[in-house]
Design a protein. Structure first.
Length: 320
């Protein structure tokens, strides 16, 4: 039986200011900012090099927001994190953060991915970022999947170039999309909207997100097949845990749901500060390894790392 996620989910996500990180940096004549780098070892954990590019999509406008009159284009600063010394081209993740945040709010989590050899690009959306003109809002959610696609286009274009900071760095055949809270809703819409979905990714990660399985413009999941990992605390009062349960019920396999016992909207997604956070680090890496790197033992690791007494549980469906 198909289950519907309450329409209030998207509005509830907007309440998570400070917990649902946004992003910082991206561009159509990409401009660079200061970079930080260190020299890393020959193997993981790799050191991390980080810089910011700003992408400007002149084909789509930024709508009016409160006192802000809007703009004819969309400016997308994007933080780029690269593993120093890892074999190139790199598998990579486009990570969408949530309302009122920056491109480094969830660095404590995604830094583990970079240290394991993945590149990560974190775009900052025009109206949901920290300091957004007119105030950070979730009302622009419908335009954010287009931002993700545009940033992905620009990243692949820069990687295909012969010179530049990203020249030859990114593997167009090993891509994941991931997101947290409003960023997770953005990621799910990007990957699973039936009428207009992205198809270049190998895997999708939703952290405290969910999806609207209803009809019309918001119809999702039906007939769209891409591996999906949902991670959610069962005491989340911002985006209800039921949103991920419903998404898991209607998504096509392969699909996985990790439940974090007693966790709220934010506490387990900042790296390794508690047992639940360690689960999040482990299962996201296992999932990426399984479907982006095709590591033969990764799904077994995922099941093991997601099943921790009094901390987390695991559900999966890999075939119809």
């Amino acid at each position: 039986m198909r289950m519907k996620v309450p329409a209030t989910v998207c509005l509830l996500a907007a309440l998570a200011v400070g917990l649902c990180a946004c992003s910082s940096s991206g561009s159509s004549g990409a401009t660079g900012s200061k970079s930080t780098s260190t020299t890393g070892p020959a193997g993981p954990p790799y050191q991390v090099k980080r810089f910011t590019l700003t992408f400007i999509d002149t084909s789509r406008p930024t709508p009016r927001n409160g006192s802000y009159p809007g703009a004819p284009s969309r400016t997308l600063p994007t933080v780029i994190s690269l593993p120093v010394g890892a074999a190139e081209p790199l598998p990579f993740v486009v990570f969408s953060t949530g309302i009122g945040g920056t491109g480094t709010n969830y660095e404590g989590l995604y830094r583990h991915w970079v240290e394991a050899g993945y590149a990560v690009a974190t775009p900052e959306f025009p109206l949901s970022k920290a300091g957004a003109p007119g105030g950070a809002t979730a009302a622009d959610l419908g335009n954010q999947p287009g931002d993700v696609r545009y940033v992905l286009d620009q990243l692949l274009h820069l990687s295909a170039a012969k010179v530049g900071q990203l020249a030859g760095k990114l593997d167009p055949n090993r891509i994941a999309l991931a997101g947290k809270s409003l960023g997770a809703l953005t990621t799910l819409r990007t990957a699973f909207l039936v009428s207009n979905h992205e198809s270049r990714e190998n895997a999708v990660i939703s952290l405290t997100g969910g999806g609207n399985a209803g009809s019309g413009a918001d119809k999702m999941f039906t007939g769209v097949t891409v591996p999906l990992l949902l991670v959610h605390g069962d005491d989340d009062h911002t985006v209800p845990y039921s949103a991920s349960v419903s998404a898991f019920a209607v998504a096509e396999p392969p699909k996985f749901l990790v439940t974090l016992f007693g966790q709220d909207h934010g506490g387990a997604f900042d790296g390794e500060q508690n047992a639940a956070a360690r689960v999040v680090v482990a299962v996201t890496l296992d999932f990426l390894d399984a479907y982006v790197r095709n590591a033969p033992d990764a799904l077994e690791r995922l099941k093991r790392d997601a099943t921790v007494a009094k901390v987390s549980s695991f559900q999966q469906k890999t075939f119809r």
